[in-house]
Design a protein around this ligand. Structure first.
Ligand SMILES: Nc1ncnc2c1ncn2[C@@H]1O[C@H](COP(=O)(O)OP(=O)(O)OP(=O)(O)O)[C@@H](O)[C@H]1O
Ligand SMILES: [Mg+2]
Length: 507
């Protein structure tokens, strides 16, 4: 059938950033026609390894062989010309350009938008089994579609090795399926090699042929996927046995919730074409989960509550007061949104961790509310580093030097020290490793126990069950069911969210 040849071999690759050793003597082999899974905790060195493979960083020592010959690429261009295309963790697309322009950004004369490019674009759609409107503005696309643009871009260059750094981290289940399908077509149909980074163990098992696990910059496990299971991989990632995700919430019953004071009320909050009017009350100390698939309106609901949707109708009432419809009014009133798409909103990459964690809370650390006191800011950042187990040497590390998952933890930490009463968390564990996921869920419970109200959107219903008291299920922009955690199951939520009624399947 297909010819399985060794495309790339890494030998004893080490990478140092000053005194920090990000990779220690890593060996790796990549074969055509196969999907190679690369795993590891946040900060383990996955993205660093990928940047070396893609020519963005030079290794401090060690050797890369490409098709049998030693290479030392000095730029991503070199690697790309040799046949390596990389989709980085933070998709560097140009939001003001069209899909077509983005896909062929690197191609000479892309601005001419020749007929030939449209034809090549159609061919890529065909190959991947997904169609995109070439003329749509990338800035208008949902994150799942933007991920597909990045995949198209990698294919536009005709590479033989496609490196994907957490392509599914921010995607809903259905969007992930699109990526899997593309991956399978490319390996099985076209004999491409794929290096696939992910924190989702189930997809690693389902999608990859072989696996390498990095821990603290070392390759600690190398095996055929068929010889592994999720718990073996998890153990290699965290370096110890990991207990199954504990239910941190006892799942308070609706009766128990009634004694908590009311904090937030949505009165017929909706948005034309996106969100059917929803009314609900949220109590201080309550964790409300939103379960829903792609396009169910879950993020739209959070945006509407946060005043970020100018077309929204209805009211958001906090402690009896109707809020003006603006994000600044929401922040002022004590509502925080940690968005799904962290890099678009969120952090100032050049700033140190401490400067980022205190951005929204400058008042609290200011002398007379004016001049921030650096010492206090750094104390807070240190506290955040401990509470969220952020892997960083000190609060002075600029956020751009953090690994992706650790930077995400900073986006959450950012809000912990300001006067926030209502947290809106959109996929708070996206990109967070298996070892730290439970920490984030525990933090959610802790916030609730301090009297905050929390709304959590997650594609992982298991997590919602672990962290929430009550769960709303959304579908097609509508709230279609409400369950107390004690009275539902992951299975029921999946059925509800995907449009099956429970009665139907029971029959
Ligand atoms: N440009 C840089 N300067 C200094 N340190 C860096 C730089 N890039 C990465 N590091 C450090 O190298 C280590 C490995 O980071 P890397 O981004 O490779 O992790 P990762 O495995 O991709 O994690 P994640 O799952 O969070 O994306 C981390 O300690 C990180 O802070
Ligand atoms: Mg990374």
């Amino acid at each position: 059938m297909t010819d399985r040849s060794l495309l790339m071999r890494l030998e004893n690759v080490t990478k140092k950033f000053g005194g920090l050793i990000a990779l220690r003597g890593v060996d790796l082999q990549i074969t055509s026609g196969r999907v190679h899974g690369l795993l590891g905790a946040n900060g383990a060195g996955k993205s660093t390894l990928i940047k070396i493979i893609s020519g963005a960083y030079a290794a401090t020592s060690g050797q890369i062989y490409w098709r049998g010959g030693a290479v030392s690429w000095s730029s991503p261009r070199d690697a790309n010309d040799s046949g390596v295309a990389t989709i980085h963790q933070h998709i560097p697309l140009v939001s003001t350009l069209s899909v077509l322009e983005n896909v062929f950004l690197a191609a000479p004369g892309f601005w001419r938008q020749s007929l030939e490019m449209r034809e090549r674009f159609d061919v890529i759609c065909e190959r991947v089994g997904y169609s995109l409107n070439p003329d749509a503005l990338v800035g208008d696309l949902r994150i799942g579609a933007r991920q597909m643009v990045a995949i198209f871009q990698a294919l536009g260059s005709g590479a033989d090795l496609i490196v994907m750094d957490e392509p599914t981290a921010s995607l809903a289940t259905e969007e992930r399926e699109l990526v899997y399908r593309a991956v399978r077509r490319l390996t099985q149909g076209e004999n491409k090699a794929i290096l696939f980074v992910s924190h989702f163990l189930d997809e690693i098992i389902a999608l990859t042929d072989e696996v390498t696990v990095l821990r603290d910059g070392q390759a600690v496990l190398r095996a055929e996927t068929k010889d592994l299971d999720e718990s073996k991989i998890a153990e290699a990632i965290v370096g110890r046995r990991l207990a199954a995700m504990e239910t941190t919430s006892q799942g308070r019953s609706l009766e128990q919730l009634k004694v908590l004071p009311e904090l937030l009320e949505l009165r017929e909050l909706g948005s034309p074409g996106k969100l059917q009017p929803i009314s609900l009350k949220l109590r201080a100390g309550e964790v409300l989960g939103i379960a829903g698939l792609l396009g169910s309106g879950r993020s739209e609901l959070l945006h509407a509550i946060f005043g970020a949707d100018a077309d929204a109708t209805g009211d958001v009432v906090l402690r009896g007061k109707t809020l003006r419809r603006s994000t600044s009014a929401a922040v002022k009133a004590g509502i925080a949104l940690v968005p799904e798409d962290r890099m678009r909103q969120g952090l100032v990459p050049g700033f140190e961790i401490w400067r980022n964690t205190t951005l929204p809370a400058l008042k609290g650390v200011s002398a007379a509310g004016v001049i921030p006191i650096e010492l206090k800011e750094r104390e807070r950042a240190l506290d955040a580093i401990q509470r969220l187990s952020i892997k960083a040497q000190s609060p002075d590390v600029p956020v751009m030097e953090l690994s992706g998952g650790n930077a995400q933890k900073v986006t959450i930490a950012k809000w912990l020290y300001s006067n926030v009463d209502v947290f809106l968390l959109d996929e708070p564990t996206a990109g967070i490793d298996v070892g730290a996921k439970a920490d984030i869920l525990m933090l959610v419970r802790k916030l609730a126990s301090e009297g905050k109200a929390v709304i959590v959107v997650s594609s992982e219903f298991e997590e919602l069950i672990a962290a929430c008291d009550r769960i709303l299920v959304m579908r097609d922009g509508r709230c279609i069911a409400e369950r107390s955690v004690a009275s539902t199951s992951e299975h029921e939520l999946i059925l509800l969210a995907s449009g099956h009624t429970v009665a139907q399947t029971a029959a």
